[in-house]
Design a protein around this ligand. Structure first.
Ligand SMILES: Cc1cc2nc3c(=O)[nH]c(=O)nc-3n(C[C@H](O)[C@H](O)[C@H](O)COP(=O)(O)OP(=O)(O)OC[C@H]3O[C@@H](n4cnc5c(N)ncnc54)[C@H](O)[C@@H]3O)c2cc1C
Length: 776
């Protein structure tokens, strides 16, 4: 018997990581609601703070200074982060629909996806104009433009369409930055000429006339060609055509006009306003669906028209958090009261800003410094978070009763989940939950599977084709990421790695899983997500899932027994098997993926890894080694292993020992995941690291003692346990260049030669740190 974890009773899905939702996450991190699981779905791991965006464009701030790290914030809030694009909401099934992955169940949804300039009615705008929203996409285009300017290939005429505060601020920031860039090039190239277009009769039409005059004067002084009362009707590669039929030359066009809600909202059936934004009541709740809330630009208040401004999105955060809590605990919702006047601090790019509030306005360099102070203070609220919160899911017991609205059956399931749980066969997941969770799975059809999931029995029966031998491997681990779909994919990838490393073709698999007890609907959804991810990966590898076993456990865990096939000769001996033994002196050592998953996830658990490091590590773990194995074999690899728990050093040691050789490792050639060295430098290592470190002296001899801080970090990297790590192979030196080129062409962007095999030297440590040895 064992005590079960406290169950999840309700799911709140936050759609979009906008300015309101960061406030919601912070609020729930500081005061979790027991029994509630929060999932944030966002297209990006880092979301920009709009107030500092022009300063970033102008070059006053770097990327991290103006972006909120959603992944870290989720760790603090105990929330799940799912990087995905939301494509709809199935309100009947209560599911949030996502591009390229299974939907997420919800009890409540909150939408904070911002807005995009409305361009569908402008011919050519979608193709030839850069929309300032979504900002992540704008940032990519902006960085490309900057690189072109630095290379002397930048645009000569830049047009900005939209003369609201956002458009004017963006124009002035871009102009300031591009002038600085061209001056840095020696002033040989002229800075681009800027034009501003607006259908309105003045710039900043929603501000007072003093502020409008001030900006009109700044634009004049800065030589900007301003076209008011000019409605743009079409765009092409050469420029813009206005309603009066005139053409305006421009080789780069930025679009910053009135904003609309995302097109995905159209299919939800929610009540939307004329701009496609979600109509909400004063409680920020959809007027057509009580389970759906919205805030920020995407929300359209029925009782008041608000400007689309970050200041409102920020201010809605707390009332939204409060009302979501109230809705989940059965209390009356409270109205959000928008301020009637607000302070806008609008910068002119050159560390100067104009303050605008109602009829008031003043300007100066000191206003910019004031704005800078306010903005940095805002950012600190989300970066200086302290220790990660326990999160809503970690609390339970009596407090769990605070989430209300459970059906009688769900209440019973919840009580049962909190009671002492049986072990043995009593710990199996219920048959109906299992059947429903697995119903949607579509394992690959395979004529060799005589009895499998299509006709379940006590065990699967699989035929071994003539001329083949079976290669078997098993792997199992606890979830290190709380997205069951992604975890399922990575667990399958990790398990397949051993079979690929042997040069075999995966054939069939059985799964073993544990899921935490809870309400049936959520247990079922969790299992379905995890197995959908796993089956996608198995299918892509040509491997059929034939059976498995699912039990209850404290934590989500998944493993696979994989059966692979390898050709055998007439004597029944395997043909092209790639073993750990077989390295020959003079071979080069090829590694197909970067190192550092252990340390990045150790840091992630403490809320100390940057979101983009975590996302990059996950992308690497999600990459199959199938193509890598085939490429290595095609380039004469003599032996191979997959780098996992023992770290690169441990797995290389197994190879040199089995081959009776030594090896020289070029530390500086090691491919590294972004952030891994920073995490190691901060002493953030995974639990297996210590055990791996114990054998460092044995394998590296005196080289185990680093002489420089850089060496220390790289040696720690050699010991870092990897999940779904890359393949390490010995390849004849004359095949190395072609092999690396082919691996990179297959998508293993950081594949490289990391060292060379040396003859065995009695008395010397088997593995030595060497100077760079191979050009790549
Ligand atoms: C150049 C410029 C400067 C500005 N300066 C200011 C200023 O100084 N002060 C001010 O108050 N306002 C300013 N604004 C306006 C401000 O940017 C917006 O009002 C504000 O960003 C809206 O915030 P939000 O929370 O509604 O959405 P956003 O901040 O746009 O956040 C939306 C988030 O949702 C994600 N998302 C979108 N669609 C999906 C989807 N389908 N699935 C998953 N995720 C999705 C996005 O990636 C993003 O992370 C400026 C605007 C511009 C263009």
């Amino acid at each position: 018997m064992q005590a079960a974890a406290h169950p999840i009773l309700r799911d709140l899905v936050l759609v979009g990581g906008g300015h309101s939702h960061v406030g919601v996450l912070r609020a729930y991190g500081m005061r979790p609601l027991a029994g509630l699981r929060i999932t944030l779905v966002c297209t990006d791991a880092h979301t920009p703070y709009s107030g500092m965006l022009p300063g970033y464009v102008a070059g006053h701030y770097d990327f991290d200074a103006v972006h909120l790290d959603l992944v870290r914030l989720c760790v603090f809030a105990g929330a799940r982060f799912v990087r995905a694009q939301v494509t709809g909401v199935d309100r009947e099934r209560r599911q949030v629909l996502l591009a390229d992955r299974p939907p997420l169940d919800y009890d409540l949804v909150s939408i904070n996806t911002g807005s995009t300039p409305h361009t569908t009615h402008i011919a050519g705008a979608d193709t030839h104009a850069v929309s300032v929203k979504p900002i992540a996409a704008f940032n990519q285009r902006w960085l490309t433009l900057l690189a072109a300017v630095r290379a002397g290939r930048g645009p000569r005429h830049i047009a900005v369409v939209g003369a609201g505060a956002g458009g004017v601020e963006l124009l002035l920031a871009m102009q300031y930055r591009l002038r600085a860039e061209t001056q840095a090039l020696g002033g040989a190239l002229p800075a681009p000429q800027f034009s501003l277009f607006s259908a309105t009769a003045s710039v900043l039409p929603t501000h007072n006339t003093g502020v409008q005059r001030k900006f009109a004067a700044v634009l004049r002084q800065r030589g900007v060609d301003v076209h008011l009362n000019t409605r743009i009707q079409s765009v092409n590669t050469q420029g813009l055509r206005s309603a009066d039929g005139q053409w305006h030359i421009a080789d780069a066009v930025f679009w910053v006009t009135q904003a609309a809600g995302g097109t995905w909202l159209q299919g939800t059936g929610l009540a939307l306003d004329a701009a496609g934004c979600v109509r909400v009541n004063a409680q920020l709740q959809s007027i057509s669906d009580a389970r759906i809330f919205a805030a920020g630009d995407v929300a359209s208040l029925d009782n008041r028209s608000l400007e689309k401004a970050g200041v409102f999105a920020v201010r809605m955060g707390m009332p939204l958090a409060r009302n979501l809590r109230r809705a989940l605990t059965g209390q009356t919702l409270q109205p959000y009261r928008a301020q009637t006047r607000w302070l806008a601090l609008i910068s002119t790019g050159d560390r100067y800003a104009v303050a605008s509030r109602g009829a008031l306005g003043f300007a100066g360099a000191w206003v910019w410094r004031w704005k800078d102070h306010i903005d940095r203070r805002f950012m600190r609220r989300f970066t200086d978070l302290g220790a990660p919160g326990m999160g809503s899911r970690a609390l339970g017991g009596v407090q769990a009763a605070s989430v209300t609205g459970l059906s009688a059956q769900e209440a019973l399931q919840s009580q049962a989940a909190q009671a002492m749980r049986c072990g043995g066969c009593g710990a199996k997941v219920g048959a109906s939950v299992l059947a429903k969770a697995l119903a949607g799975l579509q394992p690959l059809a395979n004529a060799d599977v005589l009895i499998g999931l299509h006709a379940p029995d006590d065990a699967a029966v699989v035929r071994v084709p003539a001329g083949k031998a079976v290669v078997q491997s098993v792997d199992f681990f606890r979830a290190f990421v709380d997205d069951p779909y992604l975890f399922g994919r990575i667990a399958a990838n990790h398990a397949l790695g051993d079979v690929f490393a042997m040069g075999a073709q995966p054939h069939t698999a059985t799964a073993i899983a544990t899921v935490p007890p809870g309400i049936d609907r959520q247990t079922q959804a969790c299992l379905a997500q995890m197995m959908t991810g796993a089956v996608e990966v198995l299918n892509a590898a040509g491997c059929t899932l034939v059976g498995g076993h699912t039990g209850e456990g404290q934590e989500l865990a998944l493993g696979f027994a994989i059966n692979g096939l390898i050709d055998v000769d007439a004597q029944g001996q395997p043909r092209a098997l790639l073993r750990k033994a077989g390295l020959q002196a003079g071979d080069v050592l090829v590694l197909t993926k970067p190192l550092g998953t252990g340390t990045v996830f150790a840091a992630h658990g403490l809320g100390r890894a940057r979101g983009r490091w975590v996302q990059a590590a996950l992308r690497g773990m999600d990459q199959s080694s199938q193509a890598a194995a085939a490429t290595l074999a095609a380039h004469g690899a003599r032996c191979c292993t997959d780098v996992t728990g023992f770290g690169l050093l441990g797995h290389l040691a197994e190879m040199v020992q089995a081959s009776g050789v030594g090896a020289g490792l070029d530390l500086l050639a090691l491919p590294v995941l972004d952030g891994a060295l920073e995490c190691l430098d901060a002493g953030l290592t995974s639990s297996l690291h210590g055990a791996n470190a114990q054998s460092a002296q044995r394998w590296l001899g005196p080289d185990a003692k680093p002489r420089t801080p850089q060496q220390r970090a790289f040696i720690a990297l050699l010991l870092d346990p990897q999940t779904a790590g890359g393949l390490l192979a010995g390849v004849p030196a004359d095949h190395a260049a072609a092999c690396i080129a082919a691996l990179r062409a297959q998508g293993y962007a950081q594949a490289c030669v990391i060292g060379r095999v040396k003859p065995y030297a009695p008395g010397a440590a088997p593995i030595a740190i060497v100077e760079p040895i191979v050009e790549q």
